[in-house]
Write a protein that binds this ligand. Sequence first.
Ligand code: UTP
Length: 294
Amino acid sequence: MSSVQKVRKAIFPVAGLGTRFLPATKSIPKEMLPIVDKPLIQYAVEEAIAAGIETLIFVTSRKKHTISDHFDQAFELETRLAASGNSELLDTIRNIIPSHITRAEVPQIEPLGLGHAVNCARELVGDEPCAIILADDLIKSRGKGCLQQLISQFEIGGNSVLAVQRVADEDTGRYGIIEPTIDGCQLNSIIEKPNPENTPSNLAVVGRYILTPEIFPKLDIVANQASGEIQLTDAIALLLEDQIVEYCEFEGRRYDCGSKAGFIEATVDYALERADLRDKVLAHIAATVSKGTA
Ligand code: UTP
């Protein structure tokens, strides 16, 4: 039997400022913005539950109570929908999170970076591997979800696994970029936002990670050295000095919903998959393109 620990917990850092979506994100967290009619955070939570995660840990800022509201029971709304016999809508708001799943929340008082947000969840994670999901990276897979693919790889060797995707050379300066080993799927090194002229590869880390608990002391070291944001990438670089870290070029299409263009692409693609919207949206796109006003 494998001695690799099961990945039971997932951290959802949702305490960023979301400045690229202002003014919408002045009072609404970016992760509550909907793709068609479902908030980004719900897609992420569904992906985690489908991958076998049992505990959801939200790292939130003060304004993010709307996220816990979204997953709480809405008695008045449910009563009204039940009274009006709208069972279809009732189903969409009821039991979004199944009863066997535990939900926890921890505050990040100041947005000091993704690495800091992850470290806020340390007590709740304890001494076990955990998943990290950035809800603004929406990933549509044909088969197994992206997180499930990472967990399957983790279960083989028990090493940390990062989701990566090939990006255009000129975009490498926007991501954490890995230098892969010649064979296998391990990292030689990782660097945050390299100069595109000097990038070690075009394999960019995107918003899904499985990390061993040894990441937490590394985050402390980074925090002590950092002058600006506390980067998760820098802690992973330190982890690499002691442990194997792997990457997974997952199957699936990723939408960068933290950017406006990515958010709009996701909205169009998800709408086109919906039987109730497809024809209207296609007709609108065709008419817009033929008028040349697109
Ligand atoms: P981003 O780098 O997209 O930053 O964070 P942001 O603040 O959310 O958005 P912009 O760039 O200002 O538009 C990536 C993920 O890390 C979380 C965010 O909520 C997002 O899920 N995060 C970031 C935190 O939870 N805390 C932080 O201090 C920073």
